[in-house]
Design a protein around this ligand. Sequence first.
Ligand SMILES: Cc1cc2nc3c(=O)[nH]c(=O)nc-3n(C[C@H](O)[C@H](O)[C@H](O)COP(=O)(O)O)c2cc1C
Length: 158
Amino acid sequence: MKTLIAYSTKYGTTARCANLLKEKLTGEVTLLGISKSGKVDLSLFDCVIIGGPIYMGRLKKETKKFCDKNLDILVTRKIGLFVCHLEKEKSIVDIMATQFPHSLWQASVVANGFGGASLVSMMKGMDKFMFANVAKSTEDKEAIDYAHIEDFAKAIQA
Ligand SMILES: Cc1cc2nc3c(=O)[nH]c(=O)nc-3n(C[C@H](O)[C@H](O)[C@H](O)COP(=O)(O)O)c2cc1C
């Protein structure tokens, strides 16, 4: 099976999760950083996994655009969706249903959150200010949900 993992990232955590997921998958797996990408022929892949981080309650716009632009072909592929985020109390079903196109979410074999990381030392300008205000924290923290990545890999390959 040929799989594409297409993701966007700002501080690298979603890229890291995409790499961790790749390591758990068998077959030919291609990683694609959406923001740096040109055109990709999605018909070459049996399975497409799409991920992005949540900022201020919204899926990063590159991932959102990628889904909207390619929706017609995406719904014909085997689809997996993931987000990186830190607000554990937010329902992942609500996030998936509101941040990805509804038909894509409904077509997905698996959709889940992989946790995230707050890399305050890397944050710049408004991000640092907003994060400090909302999270009341100035320390780097890693909260990647490795079990979710493992379960996601099993579900998409079942
Ligand atoms: C300014 C800012 C706003 C954020 N807003 C949210 C949010 O609304 N909900 C959430 O769950 N996480 C939020 N996060 C946490 C990010 O989703 C988390 O740090 C994620 O791992 C970032 O992934 P990236 O390194 O791939 O960009 C925010 C982080 C920053 C810096």
